[in-house]
Design a protein. Structure first.
Ligand SMILES: [Mn+2]
Length: 334
């Protein structure tokens, strides 16, 4: 599908489904709802479908109440995907990232449009806006509106959504991925009515006390530095999550605490959840956690932030990591 063909398609009313990766984050929900607010202005019928629930600090996003969560409304989600005439897939690039929706999206007759910034996109989309240098998918939704020659439709609702994803995916404008283009986009979003301090507070000052206590426990009792390596390991068992009344999102950000320690180049967080081990990696400098996780922990993501998983126990997974990581020692001391 060429750009012209996509423009022509969007010139006619369509039944559109926008979907995003499982356990959606600020960029996933911001880009999906931002695109939603754009497309409804072009007279399409649009529904955002997520595989599962997402953190409550994103529930203020405009029209959040219209999102269909497949884990709660599986039949409705399946029907929407089957009936769609166009499917947007946002903030992921491999259908395995949408879990139970993957089969439905794969089998759907509608052409797929990918808007994403992760490395190594797979090849399922008829039209791809894939830019691995972009700060966020939200930044690319802005670019997409420009490509469709409709940036004039940017309104306060779109701006709030896109600002949210840029904010969260750049670590509050900190990472190198936050470029001059990102700041130019943000300038336009603020001009369109974004109240920056308000959004910062809604996103970051929204902790519940269980989350604070879980973070405190993890840092005080479960975080350690590997001997002679600038590597921090933190882990939590499912029993520990239960003890702190775990809710989705409550362990997010623990991995960043490790990276905040002077001299640390790699922080790894292991958590036992839903009968499997989920891993988060964050690095500083040249150590590429996307490649590392792809090779050893069937994951991936970005050069300095990636996820992974493991089928063996939490204890075994950490042992594996501790065995593998010294073979990379030279990369930390360049
Ligand atoms: Mn993203």
């Amino acid at each position: 599908m060429t750009l012209e063909q996509l423009q022509a398609t969007l010139a006619q009313p369509q039944h559109i489904v926008i979907t995003t990766h499982k356990s959606p984050d600020g960029d996933a929900m911001g880009s999906s709802l931002g695109l939603y607010h754009f497309l409804i202005q072009l007279n399409h019928s649009v529904t955002v479908v997520t595989p599962n629930e997402y953190p409550v600090n994103l529930h203020w996003l405009p029209n959040n109440d219209k999102v269909v969560i497949a884990a709660q409304q599986s039949e409705k989600a399946a029907q929407l995907i089957a009936d769609a005439t166009l499917i947007f897939t946002l903030d992921f690039n491999n259908l395995s990232r949408i879990d139970q929706l993957a089969k439905l999206v794969e089998q759907a007759s509608a052409p797929k449009v990918m808007i994403d910034h992760h490395l190594e996109p797979s090849n399922y989309a008829a039209f791809m806006l894939s830019d691995t240098t972009a700060s966020s998918t939200c930044e690319l939704v802005y670019v997409f509106m420009q490509m469709m020659k409709h940036i004039n439709l940017l309104n306060k609702q779109i701006a709030e959504c896109l600002y949210t994803g840029i904010l969260t995916d750049t670590g509050c404008f900190k990472y190198y991925s936050c470029t001059d283009r990102t700041h130019a986009v943000v300038s336009h979003l603020v001009a369109a009515g974004v109240k920056n301090q308000e959004i910062h507070e809604r996103i970051f000052d929204a902790d519940n006390i269980n989350r604070k206590r879980l973070h405190g426990y993890a840092v005080a009792h479960k975080m350690y530095k590997m001997e002679n390596l600038p590597v921090i390991i933190t882990s939590l068992t499912s029993a520990e999550l239960d003890e702190y009344n775990y809710e989705t999102g409550n362990s997010d950000g623990i991995v960043n605490v490790g990276l905040g320690i002077s001299g640390v180049k790699l922080s790894a967080f292991f958590v036992e959840r839903d009968g499997a081990v989920k891993i988060s990696f964050r690095s500083k400098g040249g150590f590429n956690v996307n490649e590392f996780s792809r090779k050893h922990f069937s994951g991936g993501g970005h050069a300095n932030a990636a996820g992974g998983g493991s089928e063996v126990s939490l204890h075994e997974t950490i042992k594996q990591f501790e065995t593998i990581i010294p073979t990379y020692a030279h990369e930390f001391f360049e």
